[in-house]
Design a protein around this ligand. Structure first.
Ligand code: GDP
Length: 202
């Protein structure tokens, strides 16, 4: 399940503009600052590749990266960025929702959740929307290397992970799969890639 080849393909602003070669894809999504670029770097082991999505004009796009010439990793705009004007935020939500509902080659959404802090309302809303719309989802908890801090509610990452899952239980018929990761220690990296390989072959 290792990545031997990774290349940036294109940035799209709507679902219809996404690549049309029919290869299966996985979308990474999460709150701004959750560690999405770091995870992408860690998955493909190419620092500069994930930087592409951070270039001006691309942060609000659907960015496709082709992996091993056989599937795509898709970087979606981060949500909940406080500095974004409300109008823009609503717009992002609209086009990512359209992408989730209409992208036929989408095999799974990987929703990134920061395990170093207690659950945020916006993350719970996002998870609930995906659950209600039966979008296949995997929870990827990030920053699991971080130690508990008083200012962050004083809980360990393991406890935040448990709490989050309890809070979203009602939104799903069966609990979504979940993986604990750290881009600092590479914890969970192989597990994420293996899980994607299993979902592709399903
Ligand atoms: P993005 O906005 O979601 O793309 O987040 P970034 O990947 O840019 O990361 C945001 C911040 O969190 C940066 O300061 C990273 O160094 C830090 N960060 C990301 N992943 C981890 C992690 O696994 N562990 C720790 N301790 N910090 C992380």
């Amino acid at each position: 399940a290792q990545v031997v080849q990774a290349e940036f393909v294109k940035s799209s602003v709507k679902t219809e503009d996404c690549p049309s070669d029919g290869l299966p894809e996985f979308a990474l999504v999460g709150r701004s600052n959750v560690g999405k670029s770091s995870l992408l770097n860690s998955l493909v082991r190419r620092k500069r590749l994930a930087l592409i999505s951070k270039k001006p004009g691309k942060t609000q796009c659907i960015n496709h990266f082709r992996i091993n010439d056989s599937w795509y990793l898709v970087d979606l705009p981060g949500y909940g960025y406080a500095a974004a004007p409300q109008e823009l935020r609503t717009d992002w939500t609209k086009f990512t929702k359209d992408y989730f509902l209409n992208r036929s080659t989408l095999v799974g959404v990987f929703l990134l959740i920061d395990a170093s802090i207690p659950a945020k309302k916006i993350d719970l809303e996002y998870a609930s929307w995906l659950g209600q719309n039966q979008v296949p989802m995997t929870l990827v908890f990030t920053k699991c290397d971080k130690r508990k801090k008083k200012k962050n509610g004083g809980k360990r990452p393991e406890e935040n992970v448990q709490d989050f899952q309890e809070l979203i239980r009602g939104f799903f018929e069966t609990a979504p799969p979940w993986i604990m990761t750290s881009s600092v220690s590479s914890m969970g990296r192989d597990e994420v890639l293996l899980h994607m390989a299993q979902l592709r072959n399903y």
